[in-house]
Design a protein around this ligand. Structure first.
Ligand code: SAM
Length: 281
């Protein structure tokens, strides 16, 4: 019977064989629950090509290799490269790239993978210290239909929060403007080696259709961040400061039928986008 890399006993064996210790600085927590790992891979729509950020010792990579045509995995820790060459030796559809994902040429890689395999999705158990920059790098590419990532529960809550939730923020609006964001399932701390004190959640971002250009999306994001700058202030007060123009802010909100007393915390993505369109007129 196959003993997958993500079984607790095999992970322990691999770590011992290579004298490895999870490196905190790289956000290393290895998943040791084969059921969750396979569930995550299966939920990720990884049929053609899939990109993974941070394969670690290969637990999730293995399941992605089983369920897709090709896996590209970026790993920053050079000590893990010989380990992965060994743990994944039975899979000939995996390419490991030793590189900081944030510095990688994603545009070039996506073009190459699309040409060779078709649709490219992303599935990863993200290192917690760079969750947001990794996601924002991925958000730049509308050709990725699904991004399925394991993140700390609190971070997942922020991405998926709805207006009036305490976790609702600029981050929620930015993500939900481009994606349907769904929390798929919670993963308890005990499913990792070493176990963190916090639970994690698997979040899926499904890209929505939009014909907006990158620059327009960036400009919208800039306005959204400004609208949430001072959480206790009204949307009007934040907008006024952003525009440096009291009348323009008031007119824009009036034109959208938004009361001046509304706080950004209460405004949904559609409302904020209407304001954006109004101020650009
Ligand atoms: N995928 C493995 C698993 O689920 O067991 C390991 C996940 S662990 C939370 C995060 C992985 O990301 C580690 O292997 C770490 O070395 C790697 N990593 C950290 N920073 C990275 C970066 N900037 N680029 C690529 N990989 C990175």
């Amino acid at each position: 019977m196959t003993r997958y890399i993500s079984t607790p006993s095999r992970t322990k064996e691999i770590l011992e064989t290579y004298g490895l210790r999870a490196r905190k600085g790289y956000g290393q927590n290895f998943l040791v629950d084969p059921v969750i790992v396979e569930k995550c891979a299966l939920a990720s729509h990884c049929q053609d090509a899939v990109i993974e950020i941070g394969p670690g010792i290969g637990g999730l990579t293995e399941q992605l290799a089983r369920h897709s045509r090709h896996v590209t995995a970026y790993e920053v820790d050079e000590d893990l490269i010989p380990v992965l060459a060994d743990t994944l030796k039975d899979y000939d559809n995996v390419e490991i790239i030793l590189q900081d994902f944030l510095e990688s040429d994603l545009e070039g890689k996506l073009a190459e993978l699309e040409k060779a395999y078709g649709t490219v999705t992303v599935c990863a158990n993200l290192p917690y210290y760079i969750t947001t920059p990794v996601l924002f790098k991925l958000f730049e590419y509308p050709e990725i239909p699904y991004i399925t990532v394991m993140v700390q529960k609190e971070v997942g809550d922020r991405f998926a929060a709805k207006p009036k939730d305490s976790a609702y923020s600029a981050l929620s609006v930015e993500a939900q403007f481009l994606y349907d964001v769904k929390k798929l399932f919670t993963v308890p701390g005990r499913s990792f080696n070493p176990s963190p004190n916090v639970d994690s959640v698997i979040v899926q971002f499904a890209r929505k259709e939009t014909d907006l250009r990158k620059e327009e999306i960036r400009a919208f994001y800039e306005m959204v961040r400004a609208c949430f700058k001072q959480r206790r202030k009204t949307l009007y007060n934040n907008l006024k400061e952003y525009l440096q123009d009291k009348e323009k802010a008031e007119e824009a909100l009036n034109a959208c039928g938004i009361p001046l007393s509304l706080r950004a915390q209460e405004a949904d993505t559609g409302m904020l986008y209407r304001v954006f369109e109004e101020i650009r007129k």
